[in-house]
Design a binder for this molecule. Sequence first.
Ligand code: GLN
Length: 486
Amino acid sequence: MMIERIPTIHEAHQLLVSKQLSSVELTEAVLARIQAVEPRVKAFVSVTEETALQQAILADKRIAKGEARPLTGIPAVMKDLLCTKGIRTTCSSKMLDNYVPPFDATVIEKLYAEGMVLVGKANMDEFGMGSSTENSAFFPTHNPWNIEYVPGGSSGGSAAAVAAGEGLYALGSDTGGSIRQPAGFCSVIGLKPTYGRVSRYGLIAFASSLDQIGPLTQDVEDAAIVLSAIAGHDSRDSTSVKLRVPDYTQSIGKDIKGMRIGVPKEYFVEGMQPEVKQAIVSALTVLEGLGAHIDFDISLPNTACALAVYYIISPSEASANLARFDGVRYGFSYTDTDSMWEALEKTRQFGFGPEVKRRIMLGTYTLSAGYYDAYYLKAQKVRTLIRNEFEEAFNKYDVLVTPTCPTVPFKIGERVDDLLSMYLTDVCTLPISIAGVPAISVPAGFAGGLPIGLQVIAKPFAEETILRVAHAYEQATDWHKQKPLL
Ligand code: GLN
């Protein structure tokens, strides 16, 4: 079968089980697409062509035996901080340039069990620190909608790959917005599950109390399929919860009549791009037309503190997590010296990029004796206030709706020297991470040919509600059907 357009997961599954298409054909089409567009997009740190084709052959055998699962034989892309046995896993850092993990992350294990075809590892901001994928130690990734623009970050490679058809879906990780913001910037779906919904075992840690793995897909139904496959308790991650994993695809296609939607005013921040605001207002009109009750009269006053809280808590945790990179155990090692201390110092000096070093210094400072109470402990208290505020809001509303980002993507290079404006791209996603609640970004329009994302947020473990609202909105619009020309 000739493949004219890279299909969604659910479309491909139908074609595979009805024998109109084989996984080998589908994988070859994706690999050809990678070859054609990758020089411009640069979404991948590694392309695993050979093993992908072997996996596709195995998947075809499984399909022939009538044992296909929804993800069997489907080509996927994994952010390069998910450990893959035998496949280089770099975190887009010089520190892990030569690191080949001896084990698979739990999510990778689960997807292999489903019959995943892994086509490659996606570029990212080094250790997940950034909002544009410009902090990769290797090269920046380009936005498929306009290659002069950033794809967002830190899961920019994952989002760009899905938008460009270089994989049917991807996994990313989100600490303060790194799945949702790039999804918004690339006009794909990005779902950050509730903290604890998906095992973090084998995810190279940035900030352990915030990190969460989730899918980036072409439509909402696909996000439901992938989440169903990766969610669940894991004895190797003590923060993963022992809750039943629903079949998330059951939320697809249900109406949203009578649902209560709150629109917190703090998310319409100063400096927000007028076209983004307009797109969100139009989206709310669509949701209202579908029978939801929209309430604009809601305020979450602590939203303004989320950025400050995030830039204390996440660097603190990062400074502890990244202490393990010492050149002794694994990864980059500076050996041109006889002094142990010099080796340690130079390993970290040359192994880490500037943003990572900045966060380690910040975190070391906020955790140091004398400052711990004033910064770290205070931030933890404000975190509780933010969480309580969300909890209260969800007593009244089924979901909250906000923009994913106050602006459309910016040009590559435009914000690298202006840290605060870079950090501000996450104002709408950070509070959700601080509160640990789930949220999704859905395509909601374009301004000047660049994508706009709509964020839907719900209470802990209400991913079903999020998917239901996002799907209803998606089906009433056709933003997700538009593809970049490249
Ligand atoms: N952009 C934010 C940061 O730089 C969030 C990153 C993330 O979610 N991993 O920390």
